[in-house]
Design a protein around this ligand. Structure first.
Ligand code: FAD
Length: 519
């Protein structure tokens, strides 16, 4: 087989010669002050731009040391560093304060490169510098303005945060930083936007102009602390990127400026007034509920002997019709009285269904119960979810519900000689449901009684040293009306824990209407 011909070496193209004059012209006409010196910094060559910047003609400057340009105010350390680098045959770059021939000062941005000869020693230095006085002025101006803006922003009494299109906080102030530590959430801006503008991330990326809002109020609850009320305004603004690839882009990136003011004091005052009014309303409704329950229980109990009497009357009917007639007439009259009694049972007020904030309701209940809790020496551990989604509900009924649960817990622990007196009230969002737990450190409820506890008129207050409060059947009714779930468990502290859930249900056991429709 004939062998393949050896690969042909690539043809070497002759390099076109660049005449030395072209180099000289290029250096001479460059828009950069260029000088070439001997190893002692004595100038051998200076181009036209050098003369333009320094004011010295080439004739005047050639033969002079570069130090002619020095204003003698550049710190010595800079020169020492400059010469240290040059002596090691390394280039040096930096800024020096120079003086022109006419005495004007200018800031020179200078790069010096050593030219190393064939024998390895430095034969020349190549200096290139430009006047950056204006650049420096602008840098300082921007720096000063930034400082000014930052100090104004920092001194502002409201929290400010600027979010970029990805939701990153790119600018904030002291008040915002305080919010970070106070609220103990990762990014307060996100927590607030999640509650005030759900889906804000997509909106900010797609239609930032629709993110604007003013003075929306958000309540943020903190473990063992007062709730904070914040008024938030959001304004979309265009943020220009500082990346090189954005240099030719006209438009900026969407950003969102949040202004957050603390209105807790104002809201607290309103809350105090509201709580006082609420206390009166709750007391009225509790009285009405007691009458309702008392009358219902009385009617329930009266019906029992009446049923016996009715049975007796029908037995008597054949043997002694006259006596049976008397009995039946008495029964009919009693039934009328019972009906009359039913008519006067006070009806529960029909409240409209609103978006209720369960944390707010729990805070109200704690507020109203504070004197009782203090008197009983009960320590309250309040662990709210920072933000809760609203629950469609009747606020008065819900307040009565949680008040009854707290009252039961207080009653369970407020027993002479009972040492551990802790009430833990917590709220959380679990799998889209709002879950509230009221846990005490009382004697607890034996498992066999937990189901019975929800029966109407059931009470076991004095049984075997254990306690079951009344009102659980009423509480269960309220929870059921809200399409919720209520269950009893042993609390981690050994007492009783009542868990109430609102939202979707999947196969839990307990009292209430699992799977029931919310109101
Ligand atoms: P100098 O007597 O020059 O000494 C300052 C320090 O530098 C001393 O610590 C000294 O020991 C050291 N030093 C000086 N010369 C040498 C050397 N040949 N080898 C090692 N160490 C040395 N200066 C400016 O202010 N403005 C300029 O625009 C500027 N351009 C320059 C361009 C080039 C190409 C070069 C090589 C130097 C340039 N210099 C410039 C530096 C300048 O030569 C002076 O060193 C500087 O101005 C300080 O001058 P001086 O008389 O105050 O002190």
């Amino acid at each position: 087989m004939p062998s393949a011909p050896p690969p042909r070496a690539p043809a070497v193209r002759p390099q076109p010669e660049l005449p030395p004059e072209a180099f000289r012209q290029a250096v001479d006409q460059a828009d950069l002050a260029i000088s070439i010196t001997d190893p002692e910094a004595r100038i051998l060559f200076a181009n036209e731009s050098f003369s333009r910047v320094t004011g010295y003609s080439a004739d005047e400057i050639v033969g002079q040391n570069e130090s002619t340009l020095s204003n003698q105010t550049t710190p010595d350390g800079i020169y020492r560093a400059l010469w240290r680098e040059l002596s090691a045959q390394r280039p040096w770059s930096g800024r020096l304060l120079n003086r022109r021939k006419n005495g004007d000062l200018y800031l020179a941005e200078l790069t010096i490169s050593p030219v190393v000869g064939a024998r390895g020693s430095t034969t020349h230095f190549l200096g290139m510098h430009r006047d950056v006085t204006e650049l420096h002025r602008l840098e300082r101006l921007v720096g000063n303005q930034k400082k000014l803006i930052e100090s104004v922003v920092d001194a502002a009494p409201m929290a400010l945060a600027l979010l970029d299109q990805n939701g990153r906080a790119v600018l904030d102030n002291q008040e915002y930083k305080k919010l970070l530590t106070d609220l103990r959430v990762k990014e307060p801006a996100h927590t607030l936007l999640d509650s005030l503008l759900p889906g804000w991330r997509q909106t900010l990326a797609g239609a930032p102009e629709t993110c604007a809002f003013t003075g929306r109020e958000a309540r943020v609850d903190r473990p063992a602390g007062r709730a904070r009320w914040l008024s938030v305004s959001a304004s979309p603004i265009e943020v220009h990127s500082d990346c090189a690839d954005s240099y030719f882009c006209k438009g900026g990136q969407p950003g969102l400026l949040l202004v957050i003011s603390d209105i807790t004091e104002l809201r607290d005052e309103q809350e105090r007034a509201r709580a006082a009014g609420l206390q009166a309303v709750l007391a009225d409704e509790e009285r009405a509920a007691e009458i309702r329950e008392g009358l219902s229980a009385a009617i329930f109990r009266l019906e029992e002997p009446m049923n016996i009497m009715a049975a007796a009357a029908s037995v008597l009917q054949r043997r002694d019709p006259a006596s049976a007639g008397v009995l039946q007439r008495a029964l009919a009259a009693s039934r009328e009285h019972l009906d009359a009694l039913r008519q006067v049972i006070p009806q529960s007020p029909r409240e409209p269904v609103v978006h209720a904030n369960i944390n707010e309701i729990l805070r109200d209940v704690l507020e109203i119960g504070t004197p009782r809790l203090l008197a009983a020496g009960i320590v309250v551990d309040w662990r709210p979810a920072a933000i809760l989604p609203p629950v469609a509900g009747r606020p008065l009924q819900l307040r009565l519900l949680f008040k009854a649960l707290v009252d039961n817990a207080v009653e369970a622990m407020n027993v002479t000689g009972w040492k551990r007196r802790e009430l833990r009230l917590s709220s959380a969002v679990e799998r889209g449901r709002v879950v509230v737990a009221v846990a005490d450190t009382g004697p607890g409820i034996p498992p066999e009684w937990r189901h019975k506890a929800f029966e109407p008129f059931f009470t076991a207050k004095n049984a075997a040293g254990h306690h079951i409060g009344t009102g659980l059947s009423r509480a269960q009714q309220v929870v059921a009306d809200h399409g919720g779930f209520i269950g009893l468990q042993e609390s981690p502290g050994g007492g009783c824990m009542v868990v109430v859930e609102f939202g979707q249900f999947r196969g839990q056991t307990g009292q209430g209407r699992p799977g029931g429709d919310p109101i």
